[in-house]
Design a protein around this ligand. Structure first.
Ligand code: AMP
Length: 112
């Protein structure tokens, strides 16, 4: 997508602090971290949000969760972590390209 900032990151038009990349997804650190460790994992395919996941693209979501498991293990999130995806206006989604926040590195407290 031409004007999507995460597509721009994928194309290398906007810099990012990359953590991991393969043919299906990219992981990079969030510019405004909400925890000591906060990175995002995005599909390379432009999917607008979680409510656009369907049979045609669901495989990448499973793949992303495998990648998250591997990365959190390598990064040493041994006491756990949180995965969040905001979907739409009421959830506060600000970038309309499906992304999974991965937060860890401290006790995150209850989820409101
Ligand atoms: P959301 O509010 O769920 O749509 O999350 C979007 C996230 O993208 C926010 O946590 C932002 O800090 C993050 N973000 C926006 N632009 C960039 C960027 N250029 N590099 C890394 N993270 C970004």
């Amino acid at each position: 997508m031409e004007n999507c900032i995460f597509c721009k990151i994928l194309r290398g038009e906007i810099p990012s602090k990359k953590l991991y990349e393969d043919e299906l997804c990219l992981a990079f650190y969030d510019i405004a971290p909400l925890a000591p460790q906060h990175f995002l994992v995005i599909p390379k395919e432009h999917i607008k949000a979680a409510n656009r996941i369907d049979k045609s693209n669901e495989a990448v979501v499973g793949h992303i969760f495998t990648v998250i498991g591997n990365l959190t293990s390598v990064l040493g999130f041994s006491d756990g972590y949180r995965v969040v995806t905001n979907c739409g206006k009421d959830a506060g989604q600000t970038v309309e390209h499906l992304h999974f926040h991965v937060l860890g590195g401290k006790e995150l407290g209850s989820f409101n």
